[in-house]
Every structure is written in C-alpha cells, then in structure tokens.
Design a protein around this ligand. Structure first.
Ligand code: HEC
Length: 152
C-alpha cells in the first residue's frame, strides 16, 4: 500500500513538471519583448482610456512625440506610398491602419469591426527599448522622422 502511494506521488510529481515546463514552439523572447503587453490594457484601456485619445491622433503627431513605425511590418506598397509622399500623415485613420498592421513600435492596438473601432491599447517593452533606423524616412519627406526597420 505504501509502495503504491509512493508510486502515485512520484507520478503526480512528474506530471506536474511535465505540465509546468514550457513546450517548445511558444513565443520567443524577442516577440514577447515586442508584442507582449502583459495585460497592461487594463491600465491603458480601462483606466486611462487611451483608445479614445489615440484614435484622434495623426501619424505626424504620434511620430513627433517619439513613437516609431516599424518598416518591416509595412507592405512594400505602403512604404513606396510614404516615400512618394502619398500617405496623409495628418489623418488619424492612417494611425489606425498602422496599428492594424502592428507597425507602431511598442504599441498594441486592437482594431475591430467594419468601422475600424480601436478597442484596446497596450504597450510593450519595445515602446521604450527599441528604435528604428529611419531609412524609409530619410528618403521621404522631412516631417516623417521615424520610419524604418526596427533595430533592437
Ligand atoms: C515606459 C518606458 C519603458 C517600458 C515600457 C519598459 N522599460 Fe525598461 N527601462 C526604461 C527606462 C527609462 C530604463 C532605465 C534606462 C537607463 O537607466 O538607462 C529601463 C531599464 C530597463 C532595464 C535595465 C537596463 C540596464 O541597462 O540596466 C531592463 C533590463 C529593462 N528596462 C527591461 C524592460 C523590459 C523587459 C520591459 C518590458 C516588460 C521594459 N523594460 C519596459 C523604460 C521602459
């Protein structure tokens, strides 16, 4: 009887370990750093209601206060349009499109519904710890200062 109990205890112990050890194929550190908000939508969305403010912010304003756009997240057609000065950076709707593409470094905005409603806002480590090389912007107009592939 004692032996049976011990055997079950060992089995349960091992099972706990097997369940606790993360399986491979999960998110890597880099994507956690870039994309994991650790649930801080509770602060930025529920408490601070940033989604209402951000939906009225133009890309030009967002870039001027230091937000950055990850060129690697943009389709080539969008990059070409930015460089050709064909994207209206004073249009807040463009900010929503950038959030939809997950192209605003460190800001995770969930855009839902046919009317592009900004439902939640969260921030990630990359907001303060990543930068871009400005290579797209250098070739575009003066007022886009921070669009390029991410470099951290
Ligand atoms: C709101 C901005 C902001 C966010 C978001 C942020 N950090 Fe920081 N972090 C800072 C600042 C500012 C410092 C201090 C930098 C310094 O002392 O040079 C810092 C320092 C650090 C340091 C110490 C670096 C050193 O050289 O000692 C680490 C590690 C770090 N952060 C990791 C993270 C991680 C991981 C996350 C995401 C979970 C994160 N940070 C999110 C602003 C931020």
């Amino acid at each position: 009887m004692l032996r049976l109990l011990t055997a079950s205890a060992v089995a349960i112990y091992m099972l706990t370990f097997a369940l606790a050890i993360p399986q491979t194929g999960g998110p890597d550190g880099r994507s956690v750093f870039r994309f994991d908000t650790f649930g801080d939508e509770q602060l930025w969305t529920d408490t601070l209601q940033m989604q209402h403010a951000i939906k009225n912010v133009s890309p030009a304003t967002a870039l001027s206060v230091g937000l950055k756009v990850d060129a690697d997240a943009l389709p080539p057609a969008v990059i070409n349009a930015i460089m050709a000065g064909q994207v209206n950076l004073n249009d807040p709707a463009v900010t929503l499109q950038l959030l939809k593409l997950n192209a605003v470094v460190g800001v995770i905005g969930k855009v839902v519904g046919a009317n592009d409603n900004l439902a939640t806002i969260g921030i990630t480590c990359a907001l303060c710890h990543s930068t871009v090389d400005n290579s797209v912007t250098a070739r575009a107009s003066e007022d886009v200062s921070t669009v390029g592939p991410i470099s951290t």
